[in-house]
Ligand binder design. Sequence first.
Ligand code: TYD
Length: 137
Amino acid sequence: MGIKDCRIIELPKISDPRGNLSFIEGNRHIPFDIKRVYYLYDVPGGETRGGHAHKDLQQLIIAMSGSFDVLLDDGREKKTITLNRSYQGLYLPKMIWRELVNFSSGAVCMVLASEYYTEDDYYRIYDDFLLAVRRNK
Ligand code: TYD
């Protein structure tokens, strides 16, 4: 798993003059069952979220409103992806260090996750993440 597995997934979009509609079905539009949803909002300008990697968790990150940048790092390569469309999701496999930055005012970041929350699944120290990447090479 690495940067090359991080990808934008175009979600179904039902365009309608009354307002557009998008939807996501687990294991259909995304490659995992959805066990958890969480969202970030009221992020003050200049703040950073994330700053960790997950041992097993897969996620889909969507800018429901506004925009932000996702800095990705698999321990070898880095890449930045800007999210600013409600009908696009960024799929992240396990073992990707991510930071979310440059939140626009009013931005809402929704995350669909493949597992329930558990602190055991996190690498919160970058050097621990790098060691794990090298161990599994
Ligand atoms: P964290 O994952 O570090 O936030 P982010 O990556 O978005 O910056 O989580 C922040 C806090 O919230 C931490 O104390 C754990 C808690 N938390 C839960 O209790 N459940 C959850 O589903 C998530 C994502 C976080």
